[in-house]
Design a protein around this ligand. Structure first.
Ligand SMILES: [Zn+2]
Length: 112
């Protein structure tokens, strides 16, 4: 899970399985703390679970399909993985403390 340090703006990563509400993480650059709030944790979990559940279902459906086009399927999955990474990046940005330079909107509003 990509996160952005609130103290030094350094982007760093927390393994998804360790990303739990109330756990204190420290930025590797400045040791500033990062504590996932309940809303953050929920948004991240829904993003991950939704993506991987959908992916599993699509792969199951694909494997049952006669005359399947493996290359097209792989390309579609790769494109979806890119989209998923962009969603995580957007989440990371929206998790920065609000009120610095931009007003929270859209998904960021969930964290205020
Ligand atoms: Zn930092």
């Amino acid at each position: 899970m990509p996160v952005i340090c609130k103290d030094c703006n350094n982007p760093w990563t927390i393994p998804y399985r360790l990303f739990l509400q109330g756990v204190v993480f420290h930025c590797p650059a400045c040791l500033g703390s990062f504590v996932p709030k309940t809303a953050m944790y929920r948004a991240v979990r829904e993003t991950f679970e939704g993506f991987y559940n959908r992916r599993r279902a699509e792969r199951d459906a694909f494997e049952r399909k006669p005359g399947r086009d493996a290359a097209a399927f792989e390309a579609k999955q790769a494109a979806e993985m890119e989209e998923f990474k962009r969603t995580l990046e957007a989440l990371a940005h929206s998790m920065k403390p609000a009120g610095k330079t931009v007003r929270p909107k859209g998904i960021a509003a969930m964290f205020t």
